[in-house]
Write a new protein. Structure first.
Length: 354
């Protein structure tokens, strides 16, 4: 069987592990051939390919990034984009396609499946907010990177009696912020799910200093929203500009700097910002992510040969299962109230929750 593979959207640690697992099991157990489409859906749209075989996947397990490269190309925004994708898949005699990516990638996969393309999805989002699965690979690595950074920030904050604001990834949900914030002992954790009031955050920090703790660490997701008088329940994110990518996303960034400035202005405490940004995406995947990505790759190639198309591999508990692509793209997976309550439970009960 000839199978196409692509990696779409933002990169994250573990993509190469998925590719490797798909190719190794497909070659050794099913006698498959593979064609890699470069730069996500752009490769399918513009017919950019490379041969993927045992040689090309040798040694890539610990490597970050993706040997297929990636982009945020949306074929639906190009004239006859989906039709061109189908034609190029046919041109290369691709009998099935494995699409590795987040909700944007899987939305395109769903549209192609509806037009007759045999597609299996693999969940990938460093933010861990894709519906249908308990965990996405790359998330664990990002949390480890962020936790290490918070640990280091703690010591310099204490040495200088500073407030340190650590900005982590998390466009629509705060999984990285909550996990790394809890693991790193952050004093305040701010996430998109709960719009925050800067006055309340500043008061929490003042109370902490009154108790004799002369430094504080605040972890904030890039998509955390400022509560406003006009929209207190939903808030407004901080953006670098209003330009949007082909999937309609604006470029977030700057919440950490805004927050640090306002905290210092309100409290008088010296405040600094650390923006981790793409450091969370790069480098070697953790052991957990290597294993999970490998399990997803094995699961995807098995679904292809079971003829179970229009589905995505997913982790439910400890088991790898198949879920409909329609379920995977149904909604953003938000941080649960239980996990938020864990973070709140570590704070002084006299502090007002966000």
């Amino acid at each position: 069987m000839k199978i196409g593979i692509l990696t779409g959207g933002g990169d994250c640690p573990g993509l190469n592990a998925v590719i490797r697992a798909v190719v190794r099991k497909g070659t050794f157990h099913y006698g498959d051939e593979f064609v890699g489409f470069l730069e996500g859906w752009r490769g399918v749209l513009e017919d950019m390919t490379m041969k993927v075989d045992l040689t090309s996947v040798g040694g890539i397990l610990p490597r970050g990034g993706t040997i297929l490269r990636t982009s945020r190309t949306n074929p639906g925004k190009h004239p006859d984009g989906l039709k061109r994708c189908i034609e190029n898949l046919s041109k290369h005699d691709v009998e099935a396609l494995i699409a590795i990516g987040g909700d944007d990638t899987q939305r395109i996969a769903t549209k192609l499946h509806e037009q007759g393309v045999k597609v299996v999805g693999v969940p990938k989002t460093i933010d861990n907010d894709l519906s249908g699965t308990d965990f996405c690979f790359g998330f664990d690595t990002a949390v480890n990177v962020a936790t290490t950074a918070i640990d280091r920030v703690h010591t310099t904050a204490e040495a200088h009696n500073r407030v340190m604001v650590v900005e982590v990834m998390g466009r629509d949900s705060g999984w990285i912020a909550v996990y790394s914030g809890i693991a790193g002992g952050a004093d305040v954790i701010l996430i998109p799910e709960r719009p925050f009031d800067i006055d309340e955050v500043s008061e929490i920090i003042r109370r902490r200093h009154q108790r004799g703790r002369y430094f504080s660490v605040v972890v904030v997701a890039e998509g955390a929203k400022l509560a406003t008088d006009v929209n207190p329940q939903h808030g407004a994110p901080v953006v670098t500009d209003m330009a949007r990518d082909e999937f309609g996303h604006v470029r977030l960034g700057g919440i950490g700097n805004v927050l640090a400035h306002e905290i210092e202005k309100r409290t008088g405490f010296e405040t600094r910002t650390v923006v981790l940004g793409h450091i969370q995406r790069g480098g070697t995947p953790s052991a957990f992510d290597r294993v999970l990505a490998t399990r997803y790759g094995i699961g995807a190639i098995d679904l292809v040969h079971a003829g179970d198309f229009g589905t995505m591999v997913a982790l439910r508990g400890t088991e790898i299962v198949a879920v409909p692509l329609s379920e995977a793209i149904l909604a953003t997976r938000m941080v649960s109230d239980d996990l938020i309550n864990v973070a709140l439970g570590l704070r002084d009960k006299t502090d007002k929750p966000q």
